[in-house]
Design a protein around this ligand. Structure first.
Ligand code: SAM
Length: 204
């Protein structure tokens, strides 16, 4: 996966590549998917949701530019794989999910793997999670019609927000940095994520 998918497509950050070597992706997919866990694609994880393609997880992680001391929020826990990657690269991670079974399942996997710096939250992540804010970095792993305002509000000065923004079935990966209270926006690659369903996302 690393040699054939991530490095050839331009993932360069050694710390990010190292974490992909370490975190066992097969632990985050259903039993009958383990054989294809490292394939170059998103995979179903139940409840109509997916674990994202490895390359997409890597691009988004690299865009966050984590140094190790950050307080991070992930919106869209899904399988918990991205949460594990984040937990390896920051001080404390919060991960919020709107499907309770997925949140519970991810929490169990991460506990079994020994992660102690992740807090799992069940709820509408389009509203962020004020209790853990301000965040040095926020990552949204579901497609947003626009940048949810609460996430901007909960981002620390100098913080990075990475999220797919666009249409329901096609988005552009977007990186925003908060500078003097305003967002500086950079557009990255095209992508396809399941929709962010919630007050500041899509209405089901
Ligand atoms: N990061 C995940 C992983 O590593 O497996 C992949 C996430 S999957 C592509 C998107 C997830 O976002 C789904 O689990 C979905 O239920 C969740 N989601 C959608 N809308 C949400 C919302 N408003 N708040 C929290 N989670 C949401």
């Amino acid at each position: 996966m690393i040699e054939s998918q991530l490095i050839p497509r331009g993932i360069k950050d050694e710390k990010v590549l190292e974490v992909f070597r370490k975190v066992p992706r097969h632990e985050f997919v259903p039993e009958n998917m383990r054989r294809v866990a490292y394939d170059d694609s998103a995979l179903p994880i139940g409840s109509g949701q997916t674990i994202s393609q490895p390359y997409m997880v890597a691009v988004m992680t690299e865009l966050l530019k984590l140094k190790g001391k950050e307080n991070v929020l992930e919106v869209g826990t899904g399988s918990g794989y991205q949460a594990a990657i984040l937990a390896e690269l920051c001080r404390k991670a919060y991960s919020i999910e709107r499907v309770p079974e997925l949140s519970e399942n991810a929490k169990n996997i991460l506990a079994r793997l020994g992660y102690k710096n992740i807090e799992f939250v069940y709820g509408d992540g389009s509203e962020g999670y004020p209790a853990g804010s301000p965040y040095d970095a926020i990552i949204v792993t579901a497609g947003c019609p626009d940048i949810p305002k609460p996430l901007t509000d909960q981002l620390a000065e100098g913080g990075r927000l990475i999220l797919p923004v666009g249409e329901r079935y096609f988005q552009t990966l977007t990186a925003a940095t908060k500078e003097k209270g305003k967002l500086k926006i950079e557009k990255s690659i095209g992508c396809v994520f399941v929709p962010l369903i919630g007050k500041y996302g899509w209405q089901v």
